[in-house]
Ligand binder design. Structure first.
Ligand SMILES: NC(=O)c1ccc[n+]([C@@H]2O[C@H](COP(=O)([O-])OP(=O)(O)OC[C@H]3O[C@@H](n4cnc5c(N)ncnc54)[C@H](OP(=O)(O)O)[C@@H]3O)[C@@H](O)[C@H]2O)c1
Length: 329
C-alpha cells in the first residue's frame, strides 16, 4: 500500500493512501456481524492499511472499544483517528459540546475505550456554535503538549473556521464528505486546505455505498440511517441509480466495478487526499483497496465528472435537521 502525507512541517502525518472507516461496524448501515467486523480490521492491517477512523459517538463507545481491542496487538503499526463533539444531554437529547472541559474529558474517555495512551489524529467532529473554535483548538493543543494526542483534525467545518483554527495550532487534516455526488468542498474548503498545507480526508467516498451500484432500495431498511437521507428516497433513488449505471459502463471498460472507479476518482483528486471508505466485510475491503490500481485518464475523469455534474444529483446529502449541524460560518 502506498502512503500519503497529511499536513505539513510539524503537523505532517504519513499514513496509508487509503484508511478504513469503522463506523458501520457499530451503527448506521444495518446489522454488523461482529466476527466479520473483527476479521475485516485484521485483514486491513495485513493489507497495509494504517489509518483507522472511529469516533466516540459511533455506537456510543462500542466502535472505539472494538477498534482498540482488535488492533491492540498491532498498535505500533496503526494510527487511530477518533473524534469528539457529539453528546447526549441530561434531557436525553443529542447535542454538540466543544468546550475545553469537554475536549479534555472526551479525550480521556476515548483513550480508555481505545486502550491506548495516545490518539494519533484527534478530530473535532462538528463545530460547537456556542464555543469559539480558538478555545476548542486551544484545548486540543494542550492535549498535544500532554502527549495524549499527536495530530489535530476538524470535521465538516467551513474555510473560515479552518483559518481561525490554524492560527492557534497547525491542523493536520480536515475530514468532510467528498465523493462523486458530494463535491461542495471543492468550492472553498479544499482550496483553503491546499493554501494552508492541510491534508484532506474524504468521508463517505462511496456515497454511503450508493456509488457501488450494489445497493437496492429494499436494502435500506429500518434502523439504517440512509432511510432518512433525501438521495436514498423515492424517485431520487431511481434518478441517482441511473447515474451509477452509467458509471458501471465506464468501470466495465476497465474491468473493474463502479465503486472502484468512484474511489479511484477521489484518490486521483490529489496527493493530499486520503479517503476512508467504510466497510464491515473483508470482500468489500479488498475491492476498495483494489481501487488504488485503477488508472483514470484525463479523458476518463472528464467523462465521469460530466456524468456527475452537480445539477444531475437528485436530493440533498442530508435532511435539514442534520444539515443545520454543519458549519456554514
Ligand atoms: N466525520 C463525519 O461526520 C463522518 C460521517 C460519516 C462517516 N464518517 C467516517 O467515514 C467512514 C466512511 O464513510 P461511510 O461509511 O459513511 O460511507 P462509504 O464509505 O461511502 O460507504 C459505506 C457503505 O458502503 C458499503 N460498501 C463499502 N465498500 C463496498 C463495496 N466494495 N461494495 C459494496 N458496498 C460497499 C458499506 O457496506 P457494509 O457496511 O455492508 O460493509 C457501507 O454500507 C465511516 O466509516 C466513518 O469512519 C465520518
Amino acid at each position: 500500500m502506498q502512503t500519503k502525507t497529511l499536513g505539513k512541517d510539524k503537523a505532517a502525518f504519513t499514513v496509508s493512501a487509503q484508511g478504513l472507516g469503522c463506523m458501520g461496524m457499530s451503527q448506521s448501515y444495518g446489522e454488523a456481524d461482529q466476527a466479520e467486523a473483527e476479521a475485516t480490521l485484521l485483514r486491513a492491517v495485513d493489507l497495509g492499511i494504517t489509518l483507522f477512523d472511529t469516533a466516540d459517538a459511533y455506537g456510543r463507545g462500542h466502535n472505539e472499544d472494538l477498534v482498540g481491542r482488535v488492533l491492540a496487538p498491532h498498535r505500533d503499526k496503526v494510527a487511530l483517528a477518533t473524534k469528539f463533539a457529539f453528546v447526549v444531554g441530561a434531557d436525553g437529547k443529542p447535542g454538540i459540546c466543544c468546550t475545553p472541559e469537554h475536549v479534555k474529558e472526551a479525550c480521556d474517555a476515548s483513550l480508555t475505550r481505545l486502550g491506548t495512551d495516545h490518539i494519533d489524529l484527534y478530530y473535532m467532529h462538528r463545530l460547537d456554535p456556542n464555543v469559539p473554535i480558538e478555545e476548542t483548538v486551544g484545548a486540543m493543543a494542550e492535549l498535544v503538549t500532554e502527549g495524549k494526542i499527536r495530530y489535530l483534525g476538524l470535521s465538516e467545518v467551513s474555510a473560515n473556521t479552518i483559518r481561525k483554527a490554524q492560527s492557534v495550532h497547525p491542523i493536520t487534516a480536515i475530514q468532510s464528505e467528498y465523493s462523486l455526488w458530494t463535491r461542495e468542498v471543492e468550492d472553498a474548503v479544499l482550496p483553503t486546505c491546499r493554501e494552508l498545507g492541510i491534508g484532506f480526508v474524504p468521508f463517505s467516498p462511496l456515497g454511503r455505498g450508493f456509488l457501488t451500484g450494489k445497493l437496492a432500495k429494499d436494502d435500506v431498511g429500518k434502523g439504517d440511517m440512509r432511510k432518512g437521507l433525501p438521495r436514498f428516497q423515492g424517485e431520487n433513488f431511481d434518478l441517482n441509480l441511473a447515474l451509477v449505471h452509467a458509471l458501471e459502463e465506464i468501470a466495465s471498460d476497465k474491468s473493474v466495478n463502479a465503486g472502484q472507479v468512484a474511489l479511484a476518482w477521489v484518490m486521483a483528486k490529489g496527493g493530499d487526499i486520503v479517503p476512508i471508505p467504510g466497510t464491515k466485510r473483508r470482500t468489500y475491503l479488498e475491492e476498495n483497496i483494489g481501487a488504488a490500481d485503477v488508472d483514470l485518464t484525463a479523458e476518463d475523469l472528464a467523462r465521469i465528472e460530466e456524468l456527475f455534474a452537480r445539477g444531475a444529483i437528485a436530493g440533498d446529502r442530508y435532511p435539514e435537521a442534520i444539515m443545520s449541524t454543519v458549519d456554514k460560518s
